[in-house]
Design a protein around this ligand. Structure first.
Ligand SMILES: Nc1ncnc2c1ncn2[C@@H]1O[C@H](COP(=O)(O)OP(=O)(O)OP(=O)(O)O)[C@@H](O)[C@H]1O
Ligand SMILES: [Mg+2]
Length: 518
């Protein structure tokens, strides 16, 4: 903690297109993380029959606990995002749902805290002003400040000049920062290399999203531990089995608990590792659930959640560029090992022998399918190191008109993340290049893919021998650098004069925010 008693009490909020990070200024990490997706109930048959969704009420729900729950709750729940493809706000009701949930989560009254908003470095002016109005008029916040995420990541990294490579969900953005100022005209962004694209590529390894069983569509009924770890005569195991048998009569309270449906099948991401699946697994039976009225958006999100967890636990980056190319191109090269699955009650893992150099790891999907995956787990991340079409800011209001479609090649595309960093630097003054190469700051949720930092360092070296990647060793710190930078900035005494206050808003109008927050 680095809060000073003289500073304004503040909340720092980074609403990403996938994850919202919120907490009090002065903390090292955000206290609250939740998905940036909201739900509202639609009339029966609405979007299911392809007709536009009709919200039954204006109520917008956010947060896992409101988007999960009993089968009854999941029915007719339409999910939506507040953002367009570049992470710019387009649905204000959805965004306000996230704001409401943030204050609720932090148990904070908006009138009592200044709000430091982390905004995408490429955020145009208009949504900023609109947001300001909402915050002052509707929420009554006393003061706001908009911090560009790259500038804030630099604060967290303790650097004034560098290039921030933000590997988020909607895309990757390379932003040069000089003496704390974002060089807007030199920002490059690619939608191809974001976490969402990686999730789609990871889904291919599982046979596509359609092949994934969403967690709402079944329930796991625990039967006790597998006999591979304990003898059936073991009295403890026998007791567990008896208890499990008793619970199948449909009358116990655990039956009610089982009726609860969630997006990831009762698993807690980041706590159950792929390795833990291999030993001492609980035996369970999968029972299909006939849940009527699940909207397309909920179904889609539920499938994405399953693949995201798979991606987080299985995918990684090959440190060696050359050998990976072989895997990436066709998957049939010598070090590519195909994946095999089995249902929990099958005999065993079938399939080809694993490559001894890349031992396969096993991962259990929520429905009990075991996946054994070797070199192919390197494949999704290869999209980060191929030709990346990217866009540059050409106009304040429509920053990505110049977006180049995936298949196009040309001057607005570069060879992978390293090339993107090099192109961004090239767009800045020559005298700054050396310092920029020496300060490449890696951040964003997708930046924690194992091996990414090393591979990037290797490839960047070919562009500049003095290049140096700054990547926090702690994955949480690396992911949430922009939030942490905002948290630090809001507690600086020198910074306090930069808040755009409600009084100033009432006196001078909303456009003053552009001057206050460069
Ligand atoms: N351990 C992990 N391994 C791989 N990817 C991860 C991991 N943890 C999070 N991610 C990915 O990071 C992405 C979310 O990152 P982040 O929170 O930086 O995005 P965001 O700020 O919500 O989106 P954006 O900046 O594009 O608006 C998701 O695609 C998620 O799958
Ligand atoms: Mg982000």
């Amino acid at each position: 903690m680095f809060a000073s008693p003289q500073t304004v009490p503040a909340i720092v909020l980074d609403v990403g297109s996938r994850t919202t990070k919120a907490g009090f200024a002065g903390a090292d990490l955000p206290q609250s993380l939740f998905p940036s997706i909201v739900g509202s109930y639609i009339s029966e048959g609405g979007s299911l029959e392809g007709t536009p969704a009709k919200p039954l009420a204006n109520t917008v729900f956010a947060g896992y606990e409101n988007l999960l729950g009993s089968a009854e709750r999941v029915r007719f729940l339409e999910l939506r995002t507040a953002f367009d493809d570049d992470g710019i706000i387009q649905d204000w009701a959805a965004y306000e749902g996230l704001l409401d949930y943030t204050f609720h989560q932090l148990r904070a009254s908006p009138e009592e805290y200044a709000l430091l908003l982390v905004e995408a470095s490429h955020n145009p002016k208009r949504p900023r002003e609109e947001l300001c109005q909402v915050l002052f008029e509707k929420y009554g916040v006393p003061a706001v400040y908009f911090g560009r995420s790259a500038a804030l990541a630099c604060v967290a990294a303790g650097r004034h000049t560098g290039v921030v490579l933000d590997c988020g969900a909607s895309g990757v953005t390379a932003t040069p920062v000089v003496e704390g100022n974002v060089m807007k005209q030199a920002i490059l962004r690619s939608r191809v290399a974001g976490g969402n694209a990686l999730t789609r590529a990871a889904a291919e390894l599982l046979g596509g999203f359609d092949a994934v069983r969403p967690a709402y569509a079944f329930r796991r009924r625990a039967l006790g531990r597998g006999t591979n770890k304990r003898d059936a005569a073991d009295p403890e195991a026998a007791t567990e089995e008896l208890a499990a048998a008793a619970s199948t009569d449909g009358s116990s309270s655990s039956e009610e608990a089982d009726d609860r449906v969630d997006l990831i099948g009762g698993r807690t991401p980041d706590t159950e590792s792929a390795a833990s699946v291999a030993e001492g697994r609980m035996e369970f039976r999968i029972e299909p659930l006939d849940v009527h009225g699940v909207t397309r958006s909920y179904d889609e999100y539920a499938r994405i959640e399953v693949v995201e967890d798979f991606k987080h636990h299985v995918c990684c980056v090959n440190r060696e560029p050359s050998s990976v190319e072989d895997v990436a191109e066709d998957g049939t090269a010598s070090n590519a090992v195909s994946w095999e699955t089995r249902k929990a009650d099958d005999e065993g893992l079938a399939g080809q022998p694993a490559d001894p150099d890349i031992p396969p790891i096993r991962y259990e999907l929520p429905d009990g399918t075991l996946v054994s995956i070797g070199a192919e787990r390197y494949r999704p991340a290869e999209i980060l190191f191929k030709t990346l079409p990217h866009a540059r800011t050409i106009k304040e209001d429509r920053p990505f008109l110049a977006y180049i479609r995936e298949r196009e090649r040309g001057p607005s595309s570069s060879k992978g993340l390293a090339g993107m960093v090099a192109d961004t630097i090239q767009r800045c003054e020559g005298a700054q290049h050396r310092e920029m190469y020496a300060g490449v700051i890696l951040t964003g949720g997708s930046s924690v893919l194992p091996g990414l930092s090393d591979r990037l360092q290797t490839e960047l070296y070919f562009y500049h021998s003095r290049s140096k990647i700054h990547a926090a060793a702690n994955p949480m710190e690396r992911k949430y650098m922009a939030w942490t930078g905002g948290s630090i900035l809001a507690t600086f005494m020198d910074f306090q004069q930069n808040w755009f206050s409600r009084a100033e808003y009432l006196e001078s109008g909303v456009s003053l925010v552009q001057k206050r927050c460069p």
